[in-house]
Design a protein around this ligand. Structure first.
Ligand code: ADP
Length: 300
């Protein structure tokens, strides 16, 4: 839920006129962008209760196909208060803690869905109750089904996936996430140190690493090839959800087996288009070709 407020007053009542309620979360941002680009997809995850039903109804409104695994508890609600000229104060519920039965049910459900798809994207932190290696397990099941995985997470769950035998096919850390992962500050503006960071042993076996750098574009590694993607200066309305939109573009291009340069161009374009719109994880697909042509990708 997003609450725009001229001024957020503490310890008193704030009345909101214009409330926006969306089916949010990183995975659904990725889904919405792929859907707006007119590509076929299926959204899944774990939902429950009235909020869960509300999320499914909103996805129906947006004609985003979905097939969720259901639990007895309520899905979480998150509040973003936009106030005082550009401040964003967020109140994020922890969400339900899943039981081992919830986890097993989801994995069975997910395995069924794997037979219908050619690529999977996974985004966000794991719900409470799941072990950090849950994404690693999901990657293993995807690979058994011959399906590639793009993983956009951070902290312990990213580390567990990188340390497991079933590596994600692509990861998309930003500057803060790659620094956290390597336990050292990686400077996104220093190409040489970024290139070196991408060679860290923890990335062995990961096909694609795309380090997104906000307005500076991205630096990426695909196998033995290194690239720098630079983007034009644009008018930013809201950068929230740009990483998710980038993942959506990368997924679309990889699924279409595009060459490396175009994979990065597509991801940069969907990321940029998201920053040009107020809603999170939302793009205007009519602007795609125009901005795609302005992204420059060079081997480094
Ligand atoms: P995250 O949201 O995961 O931190 P980034 O901020 O790196 O990801 O944004 C992902 C992509 O979105 C960038 O690589 C770029 O293409 C686009 N983007 C993000 N912020 C800006 C910006 N201020 N100006 C232009 N493009 C941006």
């Amino acid at each position: 839920m997003s609450y725009p407020l001229k001024h957020l007053a503490i310890d008193t009542v704030n009345r909101v006129k214009e409330v926006h309620k969306t089916a949010g979360g990183k995975g659904l941002n990725v889904s919405r962008v792929i859907s707006l680009m007119g590509r076929d997809l299926l959204a899944t995850g774990i939902l429950g209760g009235h909020f869960g039903a509300y999320i499914e109804a909103r996805l129906d409104d947006d004609q985003i196909k979905h097939d969720f695994s259901h639990i007895d508890q309520e899905s979480r609600n998150s509040i973003a208060i936009l106030h005082d000229g550009g401040n964003q104060t967020e109140i994020l519920e922890a969400g339900p803690t899943l039981t081992s039965t919830d986890a097993t049910n989801f994995l069975k459900h997910y395995q069924k869905l794997l037979t219908q798809v050619s690529l999977v994207t996974m985004s966000g932190s794991l719900p409470g109750g799941l072990e950090p290696d849950f994404y690693a397990k999901m990657i293993q099941l995807a690979h058994q089904a011959g399906v590639a995985v793009l993983l956009d997470t951070s902290g312990a769950s990213l580390k567990a996936a990188l340390e497991s035998d079933a590596k994600p096919n692509l990861i998309k850390p930003n500057e803060a996430e790659i620094s956290q992962l390597l336990g050292q500050q990686v400077d996104g503006h220093d190409l040489a140190s970024l290139k070196q960071a991408l060679q860290a042993p923890i990335f062995t076996g990961v096909d694609w690493i795309v380090v997104s750098l906000g307005a500076a574009g991205a630096v990426a590694k695909h196998g033995d090839h290194y690239y720098q993607a630079t983007i034009p200066k644009i008018k930013v309305v809201s950068p929230v959800g740009s990483g998710d939109s980038t993942l959506a573009g990368l997924a679309m291009a990889l699924e279409a087996k595009k060459p490396d340069q175009q994979v990065l161009q597509t991801g940069m374009t969907t990321g940029m288009l998201n920053t040009m719109e107020a809603p999170t994880g939302f793009i205007n697909p009519n602007l795609f070709d125009q901005y795609f042509a302005k992204v420059n990708v060079q081997a480094i």
